[in-house]
Design a protein around this ligand. Structure first.
Ligand SMILES: *Cc1c(COP(=O)(O)O)cnc(C)c1O
Length: 343
């Protein structure tokens, strides 16, 4: 099977399993796991922050960050197409009593600065206090869109001027840095906290890291414990994360090139409508034309018979994600499979 449903589907390679087997471990709740400590330091270094915190999932990373920044009854500003709003089971409301002020995500994944400005609450007895702005980079639902350094800086300025915290859901922040060809630390310089996933394009089996100032990370460590995310000999999975940062991070560019090839191949097929001029990172979103008789679910079933798995993101819409285990030949095979199904 060629599995393009997500970049989460990669499995640890034999070499990664070797590293896992040899990992030095200790009890991480006591801060005694040297491999976890190294992963946290290395992550913080890469992102130019003081400290890092290894977290079982991206969802828990965002939740721990927002719970640490915000008290019950406060409000955060975020986009209507964000993972936090759509795909994290309402955790910040259910567990944190935190209200969401939702703004429309623009097609390029941004929030309009004027919308953010208008959403910030005044010091009025009726209003919940605004505490935080969050952005997502790359922006999954907006086609894998990449938010630029100047835009991130503008939002950071707005946050500071209004004494707000700024959290970045950077599940795929290294994809963004690679796409922009900028240093990831410079890209996230304006944010107070950033979460990234090791388990996506980086190809580790488990884990995310939250980075920020030491004082914030110390408090987030306690929040993680409260959420049941304190881990013991977690060095076995942290070792995979360290390997991923060293060996797989430099390969992300290939995923982006293959997304472009996939996009070009699919663009030549009648009945498919591509959404962008070019895929910005490792995702290709497209739709079936009105004339094509099958819907996305039916089309995906036919593709599966040809050995191709795709993600359905709407009645007639698909998402294809390139990753470590997709090579150039796979891209050709997938385009051929679409041609066959659509003909
Ligand atoms: C995958 C993802 C997350 C976190 O997901 P987990 O599956 O909980 O690790 C958060 N934000 C975005 C944008 C994501 O794509």
């Amino acid at each position: 099977m060629i599995d393009l449903r997500s970049d989460t589907v990669t499995k640890p390679t034999p070499e990664m399993r070797e590293i896992i087997a040899r990992a030095e471990v200790g009890d991480d709740v006591y801060r005694e796991d040297p491999t976890v400590n190294t992963l946290e330091e290395e992550s913080a270094r890469l992102l130019g922050k003081e400290a890092g915190l290894f977290i079982p999932s991206g969802t828990m990373g965002n939740l721990a960050a927002i719970l640490t920044h915000c008290e019950r009854g406060s409000e955060i500003i975020l986009g209507d197409n964000t993972h936090i709003f759509l795909r994290e089971v309402g955790g910040i409301a259910a567990l944190g009593g935190i209200q969401s002020y939702i703004l429309p995500n623009q097609q390029d994944g941004t929030l309009r600065l004027i919308d953010i400005q208008d959403a910030i609450r005044k010091d009025d007895i009726h209003d919940p206090p605004t505490r935080l702005i969050t952005l997502e980079n790359t922006h999954n639902r907006c086609g894998g869109a990449v938010l630029t350094k100047p835009y991130t800086r503008e939002v950071g300025k707005l946050a500071r001027e209004n004494q707000l915290k700024f959290h970045l859901d950077g599940a795929r922040i290294f994809n963004a840095a690679v796409a922009l060809q900028v240093n990831p630390a410079e890209l996230v310089e304006p944010v107070d906290s950033v979460m990234f996933c090791l388990s996506k394009g980086l190809g580790a089996p488990v884990g995310s890291v939250l980075c920020g100032e030491s004082n914030f990370i110390n408090r987030a460590r306690k929040t993680r414990k409260m959420l049941g995310g304190g881990m013991r000999q977690a060095g076995v999975i942290a070792a995979a994360g360290l390997y991923a940062l060293e060996k797989n991070l430099p390969l992300l560019q290939q995923d982006h090139s293959r997304a472009v090839k996939l996009f070009q191949g699919l663009g030549s097929i009648d009945g498919l409508i591509l959404e962008a001029d070019q895929p910005p990172s490792n995702m290709v979103y497209f739709s079936l034309s009105k004339e094509y008789p099958l819907n996305a679910t039916q089309t995906a079933a036919k593709l599966k018979e040809l050995g191709v798995l795709v993600d359905i993101s709407g009645e007639r819409r698909f998402r294809l994600v390139t990753h470590l285990s997709i090579d150039d030949q796979d891209v050709k095979t997938v385009v051929q499979a679409f041609k066959e199904v659509m003909s």
